[in-house]
Design a protein around this ligand. Structure first.
Ligand code: RRO
Length: 311
């Protein structure tokens, strides 16, 4: 079976890569992704300045997923710009870079410097970090999101993407898709970031399991699969002009990856399961998806992408 795909006009040897934030803060981790069977890799969301992030414990696995309030720990934008400048683009894996400025002004400054460097990497701008105290998610403020896109898109110039939070209301799918469809060079949306501000409590100790924000944090993993599939499919149905969806949320095996593609995903990112299993996950999930495709008689992702049936 052929697992190849392309995003924003860039070819990926297979559809799988890491979700930004997992296994990608330092060059040593990015090297492990390069050495894995992933089809691509994306860097940790960068802020203009280096950040230590929130106090630990700030990521904890749960019986059906994970909770995190990392607080955007990252090496600062210059570190990832330099990584992108030194990246070997003759490598078969394209490079994605995630940016998450704490203000529109910071996003403008970072995007300007990427545009000036004129690199073949693809930007995914994060509109959905749920974990910085006092900073509401851009993705839940329609006016601010539309304004940010109108300011940033002409500076990026090239095709780019945004990372969206999960939505839970049909009116919100409609409103966000309408905004996205107005931006010509916005080539893809990545659905979904973690389900924001869950709370996990340890039964024995009667204590929140993570330290920041009184225990509130973003939920990921198996427990969010159905929310992720709904968001992938909602945007797949609404986006026009060849705009694509990258699916992320709840993929623990080839089966869930298959469902993401059926819902309309053109690539699939892995968060919690990569954090728990490590980069060898990519070899396993590729093999499992190939076996599913073989059993069902599908030769390429195009044979079933977006073709979920309804009753
Ligand atoms: O660093 C984080 O706390 C974080 C970010 Br920026 C994000 O976009 N999603 C998430 O679950 N955690």
């Amino acid at each position: 079976a052929d697992l190849s795909t392309s995003i924003a006009g860039v070819a990926l040897p297979n559809l799988f890569f890491n979700a930004s934030g997992v296994w990608c803060q330092h060059e040593s981790e990015l090297k492990e992704l390069l050495d894995s069977e992933s089809g691509s890799l994306i860097t940790k969301s960068a802020t203009f300045e280096h950040r230590e992030g929130n106090p630990s414990p700030r990521y904890v696995p749960l019986p059906t997923g994970s909770i995190n309030s990392m607080g955007l720990p990252n090496e600062g934008f210059e570190y990832y710009l330099n990584y992108a400048k030194n990246y070997d683009y003759t490598n078969k894996k394209p490079l994605f870079v995630s940016l998450s400025g704490l203000s529109l002004q910071d996003n403008v400054k970072m995007v300007e410097q990427f545009a000036a460097a004129d690199l073949p990497c693809v930007l995914e701008i994060n509109f959905s970090c749920p974990n910085v105290p006092g900073k509401p998610q851009l993705g839940y403020d329609m006016e601010a999101m539309e304004n940010a896109l109108k300011v940033l898109a002409p500076i990026v110039k090239k095709p780019f993407g945004i990372k969206l939070p999960p939505y839970f209301d049909i009116a919100h799918f409609d409103a966000v898709a309408a905004i996205v469809n107005k931006i010509d060079n916005l080539a893809f949306v990545t659905c979904v970031n973690s389900v924001g501000n869950g709370l996990a409590i340890d039964f024995e100790t009667e204590t929140a399991v993570i330290k920041p924000k009184d225990g509130f944090g973003g939920l990921g993993g198996a427990m969010i699969l159905n929310t992720a599939l709904a968001n992938v499919n909602a945007f797949h149905r609404r986006l026009t002009g060849g705009k694509q969806v990258i699916g992320v949320g709840g993929v623990t095996s080839g089966k869930e990856a298959f469902l993401h593609v059926l819902a309309g995903a053109s690539a699939v990112q892995i968060g919690t399961q990569l954090k728990e299993e490590g980069p060898s996950f990519f070899a396993r999930v590729k093999k499992e998806l190939e076996e599913i495709m073989q059993a069902k008689g599908y030769k390429s992702l195009d044979d079933f992408r977006g073709k979920v049936k309804t009753l």
